[in-house]
Design a protein around this ligand. Structure first.
Ligand code: NDP
Length: 478
C-alpha cells in the first residue's frame, strides 16, 4: 500500500513528493508499503485543516460525535484481518497479538463513543443563594497525537478517540516504522464519514514533522507516547510556548516472587510479561526479584519454559515470539546484551541474534544479576531481555524494585495478604498488579506512570477527559 497523508478528508502526497519505504522487520525483502516523507509545508496544511474543522465539530452534540466512532468501530471490525496482518508484517508482533490489538482498538472506539453521553460537569453550591454555579468541560482545539510503533493500532486510537469525542480536532503523526498500519486505521474513520479536517494524518520523520507539529503555534495540545529522550524534548518545547502536553514514556518494570507464590503462575506471567511482543511494551517485565526460598525452583522452570519459545515469522501460527520491530531495535538490544556480559552478569539463556540476514530476530534472553546498578538492571532495553535477582524477602525486593528512575507497572506473586498490602502501599508505580503480569492494561482504567515514566498525567478510561478538555467554572446570577 502507498500511504498518503490524509488532510481535510483527502488522501494527498507530500508537498515535495518524497516518500519512504516501510520494511517487514522479519523479512527484509518484503516492502510493506510506502509512506509520505512530509515536511513543514504538509504540517502547515494539516494544522490548518484541523483548525478549520474545529468550530463545526465542537458544536455537534456528544451523541452526534459518538455516532462516528461507533461507525468507525464497525468498519474496523470488518477490516480486522487486513489491519492485523499489516501490523504483523510491519512491526513483527505475532498475528494473534495484532488481532488482539485490533480488537482492543475497536473496544476503545466503542468505549469513547459512549463517553459522548456521559456527564460533563458538576453543580457547585454558590455563596450567593440566587446564583447558579457549575462546571463544564470544553475542548482544547487542535491536538497533535504523536505515537510509537509498538502498539500501532491501539495507541493512536486511545489518544484520537477521546480527543475527538470531547470536541477536539486532531493531527496524527504515527511512528515511521508503522505508518502503513496507521493509514489503514485512519481509512476506517474516512469510511465512517467523519467530517473533513476532524482527523488529519501526516507521516514523516519525527525530528522534522513531529517537531514542527509540537512547535506549531496553532496546536493547542500534544499527546505523546515513546522514548524518554523524545518525550522530554516535546515537554520542554510545549511548556515554553504554553501548550498542554501529556507524555507516556519508558518503564523498567519489576515482578516480585514471594516465598509463598504459586511458582507456575509466576513463571508463566514473567515469561509472558518479558517476552510477548518481543519485550517491546512499555509495561514489559524486565526485572524479576525472587525470594531465596523459591529461587532455584523458579529459575529452573523459567529456563525450561523459555527454551520452548518458538521464535519466527509473525504470520506463522507456530510463532510465539516474532522479530524485533527494526534493525535499530536489534542493534540496541544486542548492545545491551554486550553490556550485560561486560558488567559480569551471568547469561543463563539466549543472548544472540537469529537469522540476521533475514530479519531482526533475537533469542529470548535471561541474565542472572547481582549488581542492581548495572545498565541492564537500570535502563529500559525494550527487547526480550530479563534480569533475574535472588533476594532475601519482600523488603529487599521492594527496595530494589523501587530503585530505578521509572515507575510504570509492577507486579507481585504471593498468597500472603501482608505482602500484597506492603507492595500496594510501597511500590512506586502507576499500575500495581497482584498475581498478574506487569504488562496488562484495561482500556476503561487510568493508565500512566510515576517518576520518569510519564508527565504525571493519565490516559484512558475517564482519565482521558482530564487531558483532552479544559474546565470552565460558570457563575450565573438572575
Ligand atoms: P521515539 O520516542 O523517538 O519515537 C516515538 C514517536 O515520536 C514517533 O512517532 C517518532 O517519529 C516521534 N518523534 C521522534 N523525534 C521527535 C521529535 N523530535 N519531535 C516530535 N516527535 C518525534 O522512539 P523510537 O521509535 O526512536 O524508539 C526508541 C526507543 O524508545 C525504544 O528503543 C524504546 O526504548 C523507547 N520507546 C518506548 C515506547 C513506549 O511505549 N514507552 C514506545 C516506543 C519506543 P519517527 O518514528 O518518525 O521517528
Amino acid at each position: 500500500m502507498d500511504a498518503h497523508n490524509f488532510i481535510y478528508g483527502q488522501w494527498v502526497p507530500a508537498v515535495d513528493g518524497q516518500t519512504a519505504k516501510s520494511i517487514n522487520p522479519g523479512n527484509l525483502n518484503d516492502t510493506v508499503g510506502t509512506y509520505q516523507d512530509s515536511t513543514e509545508a504538509d504540517v502547515e496544511q494539516a494544522v490548518q485543516a484541523a483548525q478549520e474543522a474545529a468550530k463545526p465539530w465542537r458544536k455537534l452534540s456528544g451523541a452526534e460525535r459518538g455516532a462516528f466512532l461507533y461507525k468507525t468501530a464497525d468498519i474496523m471490525e470488518e477490516r480486522l484481518d487486513e489491519i492485523a496482518k499489516t501490523a504483523a508484517r510491519e512491526m513483527g508482533k505475532t498475528l494473534a497479538e495484532t488481532k488482539g490489538e485490533t480488537l482492543r482498538g475497536i473496544a476503545i472506539l466503542r468505549y469513547y463513543a459512549g463517553e459522548g453521553l456521559r456527564k460533563n460537569g458538576d453543580v457547585i453550591p454558590a455563596s450567593d443563594a440566587k446564583a447558579l454555579m457549575y462546571t463544564t468541560r470544553v475542548p482544547l482545539g487542535v491536538v497533535a497525537v504523536i505515537t510509537p510503533w509498538n502498539f500501532p493500532i491501539a495507541i493512536p486510537l486511545w489518544k484520537t478517540a477521546p480527543a475527538i469525542i470531547f470536541g477536539n480536532t486532531v493531527v496524527l503523526k504515527p511512528a515511521s516504522e508503522t505508518a502503513v498500519t496507521c493509514a489503514k486505521v485512519v481509512a476506517c474513520f474516512e469510511a465512517a464519514g467523519l467530517p473533513p479536517g476532524v482527523l488529519n494524518f501526516i507521516t514523516g520523520s519525527g525530528a522534522k514533522v513531529g517537531q514542527s507539529l509540537v512547535e506549531h503555534h496553532r496546536v493547542n495540545a500534544i499527546t505523546f507516547t515513546g522514548s524518554n529522550t523524545t518525550g522530554k524534548k516535546i515537554g520542554q518545547t510545549a511548556l515554553a510556548r504554553g501548550a498542554k502536553y501529556q507524555l507516556e514514556m519508558g518503564g523498567k518494570n519489576p515482578v516480585i516472587v514471594a516465598a509463598d507464590a504459586d511458582i507456575e503462575q509466576a513463571v508463566d506471567a514473567t515469561l509472558s510479561g518479558a517476552f510477548k511482543s518481543t519485550g517491546q511494551k512499555c509495561t514489559a517485565t524486565s526485572r524479576a526479584f525472587v525470594d531465596r526460598a523459591v529461587y532455584s525452583t523458579f529459575k529452573k522452570l523459567l529456563l525450561e519454559k523459555t527454551k520452548e519459545i518458538v521464535v519466527g515469522d509473525s504470520l506463522d501460527a507456530k510463532t510465539w515470539m516474532g522479530p524485533l520491530a527494526s534493525q535499530n531495535q536489534l542493534a540496541n538490544c544486542l548492545a545491551y546484551i554486550e553490556k550485560g556480559l561486560s558488567e559480569k552478569a551471568t547469561l543463563l539463556t539466549g543472548g544472540h541474534a537469529i537469522d540476521q540476514e533475514k530479519g531482526s530476530f533475537i533469542e529470548p534472553t535471561i541474565f542472572e544479576c547481582r549488581d542492581h546498578h548495572s545498565s541492564i538492571a537500570q535502563e529500559e532495553i525494550f527487547g526480550p531481555v530479563l534480569a533475574l535477582f535472588e533476594v532475601d524477602g519482600i523488603e529487599e525486593a521492594l527496595r530494589l524494585a523501587n530503585d530505578v528512575p521509572y515507575g510504570l507497572s509492577a507486579s507481585i506473586f504471593t498468597k500472603n495478604i501482608a505482602n500484597m498490602l506492603a507492595f500496594i502501599e510501597d511500590m512506586d508505580a502507576g499500575l500495581i498488579r497482584v498475581n498478574a503480569e506487569s504488562a496488562g492494561v484495561e482500556l476503561q482504567a487510568p493508565f500512566g506512570g510515576m517518576k520518569q515514566s510519564s508527565s504525571h498525567s493519565r490516559e484512558q478510561g475517564e482519565a482521558a477527559k482530564e487531558f483532552f478538555t479544559a474546565t470552565k467554572t460558570i457563575f450565573v446570577k438572575a
